[in-house]
Ligand binder design. Structure first.
Ligand SMILES: N[C@@H](CCC(=O)N[C@@H](CS)C(=O)NCC(=O)O)C(=O)O
Length: 351
């Protein structure tokens, strides 16, 4: 008979192993409980969402002080799924260099702030990037009268950008690869960067292309500036969570996917009640919680996705409201179209 490896030890060794295991368990931080952060958020009564201090279309307070943007709506969707109330969220505006420490220290539950998913952030910073809610790339804003039509025209240029971002690193790579030279002037906030560029301090303003649409509109004469066509990097934006709480990570990922799946199924804020009453296709029935116990599997209620669509809308609606043709930004869907419409946004099946 083959000895069982767990029991075939001399008795003394078994006790020593048990003692060491107990000691280690006492010294090491307790692993996150299955319902760690979700239970904490429920008990607190609202979500703490790290947002941008002011990027049009992604996160910015409007004239009445009401937060607006794609990332803002993402946090409202989380609040809708958890509390059936999109208002149960507190927004904490964070400058680029401060955003990760705010998450690591527990000041916020989730960071939703045009933040690029990179390997270093995912590993060394002990974070997780559950789902890409916007695919972007780095671009350049220049004055039209400079006659620069492409990035190559920026040889020997002075470029304004923001500290603590991927922008700084991509720029160094791109200019080195192309054998061109440049000078950087870096600022702590978008506000300062934009002002410096507008005052003529730099030949170009570089950041995520999606941010440049809004930044151009803040210039004294928006029409005197143009966003160059190129993108010199990949900037996949994702909400960010701490490592160690798989349930919370799943909730954040599936909140985005529910909005994509709702769009794909044609479920909108306007027709969700009707769709629920008629509930024709099995897909629609599962998304809206009429079939299966998918919400409970996440630690939520089975109508979690219905709550999201009812209070906030599907991804296409959120996109249109914050970035689309009806807004001053008019950012084409491009890579952010659904996968079956030529884009990269793809919600895994709710089943
Ligand atoms: N996606 C890049 C850049 C993100 C970033 O912080 N962009 C700046 C430039 S638009 C910003 O959002 N600033 C907001 C502010 O300072 O108000 C990253 O994750 O590093």
């Amino acid at each position: 008979m083959t000895p069982n490896p767990d029991t075939a030890r001399p008795p003394g060794r078994g006790r020593r192993v048990a003692a060491i295991t107990a000691l280690l368990a006492a010294l090491l931080p307790t692993p996150a409980r299955a319902e760690g952060l979700l239970a904490e958020i429920r008990a607190r009564g609202y979500l703490n969402c790290g947002s941008s201090p002011g990027v049009a279309g992604f996160g910015v307070p409007d004239a009445r002080g009401e937060w607006r943007g794609l990332d803002i709506d993402f946090c409202r969707a989380l609040a809708a799924a958890i509390f059936d109330d999109p208002a149960k969220v507190r927004f904490i505006p964070l400058a680029a260099p401060a955003r990760f420490t705010a998450l690591q220290s527990g000041e916020i539950d989730v960071l939703a702030r045009n933040t690029t998913w990179t390997l270093a952030r995912d590993t060394s910073a002990k974070l997780n990037f559950p789902a890409v809610n916007f695919y972007d790339g780095q671009g350049f804003l220049v004055r039209k009268d400079r006659g620069i039509a492409h990035v190559e025209g920026l040889d020997r240029a002075t470029i304004c950008l923001q500290q603590g971002t991927t922008t700084e690193l991509n720029l160094a790579d791109w200019f080195r690869t192309h054998g061109l030279t440049y000078r950087v002037v870096a600022y702590a906030t978008a506000e300062e960067t934009g002002r410096a560029y507008d005052s003529g301090r730099c030949d170009a303003y570089s950041t995520d292309k999606s941010s440049l649409y809004g930044e151009r509109l803040k210039m004294a004469e928006p029409d005197a500036h143009v966003v160059l066509p190129e993108m010199i990097s990949k900037e996949p934006f994702s909400p960010v969570v701490r490592q160690g709480d798989d349930q919370w990570r799943d909730i954040v990922a599936w909140t985005h996917y529910a909005m994509l799946d709702a769009e794909e199924a044609g479920i909108t804020q306007g027709n969700v009640e009707e769709m629920r009453a008629a509930a024709l296709s099995p897909d629609t029935r599962r998304i809206l919680g009429l079939e299966g116990r998918y919400g409970e599997a996440l630690g939520l209620t089975n109508d979690w996705a219905y709550r999201i669509v009812r209070h906030v809308g599907n991804y296409g609606e959120v996109y249109a409201r914050n970035l689309g043709d009806g807004t001053p930004l008019k950012i084409p869907r491009g890579l952010n179209a659904l996968w079956n419409r030529g884009g990269l946004q793809y919600g895994p099946p709710i089943r």
